[in-house]
Design a protein around this ligand. Structure first.
Ligand code: FMN
Length: 357
């Protein structure tokens, strides 16, 4: 039997296995970490309005996304320097995602690199792009991304300058692999604009996601520019501090997009109920960042696979308890605003941790 019986177990094992610097890099955020806590607060301030007496003997949590069958509507979000959590890094996540049956998004600042990871695990993958060069540099990279067989490209738009992550600053901790980019290349990232998006759409036919959208205005603009996936994210609170919870930005984006393209959201998603809340509010899929990192640190490839299985069982059980048999039945009538519980924090979805577990 697996050593991981509940999602709590991953947090405990990851805490034990990671050195303080790596733990803070994974769980920390920008400046006061308010955006990070709001991501959890937003989710905690939604309660379900379950329906009863629907036959829930057959529940399916699978979905189709970008033409691919996903076992649950959960994407593995891009994590830079992921090799700090497990020696196999992105290769371990690619194998777990392939075996489980969902999509991973590979960060452009992690190991192994995108051409090596592309065939691993056999599952569909997106490649996340940061701009560390001019348009010629970008075109060459996107060309190689297409040739490597990625299903989509994900342009991260919330990181045009680096934020101040005070846990790392206070401890003088720098992830080894990021040193090159911090020192030399951020200028290209800061020059990114809608012209970059137009250029990508004009030059390549690979589906394009924009990650980091928080408003109806930008969502609309992206759809008008031909963007194929709108990804609502605040980088897990690691970029702009004092932002809204992603779950609170989601409804205006969903309404602006008006079902023209799929909407993905991430930020604080740690439990099956979080996935369901996001889908009730109109997301087509969610991304998980820290939960992926915690599972990887806790148990490598097997840990990520087991975490996805447990997340799936939480999703399916709670769908049944809500009287819902398929994801298509989730709608805003199933959630309602609710008073917050005691102060949320990055790990507040795991209350046993505060009880000597
Ligand atoms: C350790 C770590 C590294 C990350 N690196 C990247 C990255 O390289 N590119 C990117 O687009 N987002 C990156 N993110 C943001 C995640 O893709 C995702 O948006 C965020 O983690 C979602 O919030 P959650 O951690 O609360 O699930 C990173 C997040 C973490 C925790």
């Amino acid at each position: 039997m697996s050593e991981f019986l509940s999602l709590h177990d991953f947090v405990k094992a990851a805490r034990r296995r990671l050195a303080q610097g790596e733990w803070d890099y994974l769980t920390g955020a920008a400046e006061t970490e308010t955006t990070l806590r709001r991501n959890r607060m937003g989710l905690d301030m939604l309660a379900f309005r379950p329906r009863v007496l629907n036959d829930v003997s057959e529940v399916t949590a699978s979905t189709t996304f970008l033409g691919q069958q996903l076992r649950i509507p959960v994407l593995l979000a891009p994590l830079g320097s992921i090799q700090l959590f497990d020696g196999d890094g992105a290769a371990a996540v690619a194998r777990a995602a392939g075996e489980f049956g969902t999509m991973m998004i590979l960060s452009s600042v992690c190991l192994p690199d995108f051409e090596e990871v592309a065939p691993i695990g056999g599952g569909p993958k997106m490649y996340q792009l940061y701009l560390y060069g001019d348009w010629d540099w970008m075109d060459d990279l996107v060309d190689r991304t297409v040739k490597a067989g990625y299903a989509a490209l994900c342009l991260t738009a919330d990181t045009q300058v680096y934020s101040r992550r005070e846990r790392d600053i206070a401890k003088r901790w720098v992830p080894r692999y990021a040193i090159r980019t911090v020192a030399t290349d951020i200028v290209h990232q800061s020059r990114m604009s809608w012209a970059t998006v137009d250029h990508l759409k004009k030059t390549f036919s690979i589906p394009l996601a924009i990650k980091g959208i928080n408003t109806a205005e930008d969502a609309r603009r992206a759809v008008d520019a031909g963007v194929d996936i709108i990804y609502v994210s605040n980088h897990g609170g690691r970029q702009l501090d004092h932002g809204r919870a992603c779950i609170d930005s989601l409804p205006e984006v969903v309404s602006a997009v008006n079902r023209q393209v799929p909407v993905v959201v991430d930020g604080g998603i740690m439990r099956g109920t979080d996935v369901l809340k996001a889908l009730c509010l109109g997301a087509d899929a969610v991304g998980i960042g820290r939960l992926e990192g915690l599972a990887l640190a806790a148990g490598g490839e097997a840990g990520v696979l087991r975490m996805l299985e447990l997340l799936e069982s939480e999703v399916r059980i709670n769908m049944a308890l809500m009287g819902v048999r398929s994801l298509a039945e989730l709608d805003p009538s199933l959630v309602v605003p609710a008073a917050p519980l005691p102060a949320p924090h990055v790990l507040s979805a795991f209350p046993l941790l505060d009880q000597g577990y």
